[in-house]
Design a protein around this ligand. Sequence first.
Ligand code: FAQ
Length: 322
Amino acid sequence: MTMTTTPSEEELHERFEDTIAKDRRIEPRDWVPEGYRRTMIRQIAQHAHSEIIGMQPEGNWITRAPSLRRKAILLAKVQDEAGHGLYLYSAAETLGADRDDLTDKLITGRQKYSSIFNYPTSTFADVGVIGWLVDGAAICNQVPLCRSSYGPYARAMIRICKEESFHQRQGYELLMTMMRGTPEQREMVQDATNRFWWPSLMMFGPPDDDSPNTAQSMAWKVKRHTNDELRQRFVDMTVPQAEALGVTLPDPDLAWNAERGHYDFGRIDWSELKQVISGGGPCNAERVARRRHAHEDGAWVREAAAAHARKNRERERKEAVA
Ligand code: FAQ
């Protein structure tokens, strides 16, 4: 007969550290330190909320898309974002988070979502620029997260990144089409680029020397690169795309630095990011209010689904007894 002994907290800790050191995945069945659980829930929930709130700025243009083709494309993209939110909420649930609680934290302003979705979308060119720059930044940030240490999050990221790449290309294709159009259309693309460039750079988070979570998240291999590393990668990737498109990025300091092998860029207004994160962006109140209303309007659907599930369970129980 073999005796199994319950591992001590210290042994559990060692196993966890060993899994991380060997670059293996942490799975829902594994013991994790409370800080790791909290960090993962925080990041995954914020990411899920971003996808869900992120449906609004583009969703705003579904009824006004200029053609049936553009409407169908936009509808599909916004639906993909809903799907991403759902995978991510499910990943957070594997860590013991409660979905209703996460939604409540979002609609009462106790949990964050990406700053970028607090800017208005004033013309149809914004749809293209969101695909190009916002999905582009999201891919840059999220491809390394496919190697994040938490299994369910990393696996969700693989599918999400494939879909985001497609979104990025649809945005770029839309902009290419507009740039071949009238002078007014080209102006719309330039104007949207001017408005979204700096907020896109802010999506990567505060600078490394002001990022309280990066060191621990890197040690736990939740994050694989720092905020500034990914921001630089995004700038390097995007400058040639802007040139091919024929738009000017609104930064007079943007220049190739042969010594560094990277583009230099101008100073980001970090006070703007702080203001938007703390609820003071142009559309924060509107985005959260819209989400709150949608949640309240959907109460009857959740009640009906729960009643249906109860009925099914009851029927299965009766059939099992008979
Ligand atoms: N906005 O210490 P750090 C998308 C917060 S893509 C708002 O550097 P961390 C796709 C941060 O949470 C967008 N808050 O934090 C799409 C922390 O707050 P806390 C979503 C921000 O976690 C495209 C505090 O500031 N992507 O949705 C922002 O190490 C088109 C200190 O910052 C993800 O969520 C910000 N920009 O690094 C959908 C990716 N930056 O919790 C629709 C996963 C920072 O301590 C249309 N997340 N904060 O109170 C990450 O990679 C990381 O969480 C970072 C932040 C890089 C965002």
